[in-house]
Ligand binder design. Sequence first.
Ligand code: SF4
Length: 313
Amino acid sequence: MRKPKIIVSKCLNFEKCRYDGQGYNNKVIESLQKYVDIKAVCPEVEIGLSIPRDPIRIETNKEKEEYRLIQHKSNYDYTEQMNKFTKNFISNIEDVDGFILKSKSPSCGIKDVKVYHQGNKCSVHSNANGFFSKEVLEKYNYLPVENEGRLKNYSIRDNFFTKVFTINRMKECNNIVNFHNENLYLLKSYDKEKTKELNEIILSKNINEENNKKYKDIIYNIIRGNRNKRGKLEIIENIFEKYRNRLNYEEIKMFNSLIESYEQKKIPFSALAIAIRIYALRFSDKEVINQTFFNPYPEELINITDSGQGRDL
Ligand code: SF4
């Protein structure tokens, strides 16, 4: 059985390779280890920097407005070495489904790296990509790429896991019709219109190489977006409509109040999903029971702890 393949910054759980000889213990990566294949990399060590080392940083030159990777203390410029390593590393990746990179690092950070004026002490701004992550984001713009800090947020983590495990299912499955049937509700919850395009391919019953590729390209396109509350709720409401005539007044009232509580952020989405699954089981609705919409990644990875920022369970 194929496992998702994730590339991770090595200082996150794998080696104390930070400039000061320290590393991090990240609970998300710890919980993932059993379910994914991880390849860890430290770009700074790969270009020959020692552990510990004097820190490097991104500097900008007023005239040229280009970013350089500089060791402030020695004023040594590591830009070429890092670019060479990164290009070589990325072009040798055989298969990957996602990345978890260390925030704020001049090598691995994503959109949160400080940039300094050449030789100055104060940073100019702090929203650049690291040298390694910039290349990753360019080459793998269709894959989930996150930093460990953002994964503390439940919704971001849920989206990341969902994408990584959906890509894994797609790569593992040698029959896109089966994949489509099992993931249909999940895909609809991302993007109804693009899912219609997928339906057309499946309904054409012409699954040749060209259509296979077209189908997979649309999947990558769909999961570049994020599932939102409305999209997920619409799926639940549509399923409920299938059962409405078979339910009594009290059951309908109860379900409507669950939806209201979810909309008011009083209960998590999982409470609604459990309720609808109970009805699916009661009515032996196999089409619904087998949908990955309810469990897009291993249940053991569900942990509703949250950083408290943008909480949307
Ligand atoms: S952030 Fe990246 S370059 Fe820095 S220590 Fe961690 S893995 Fe190495």
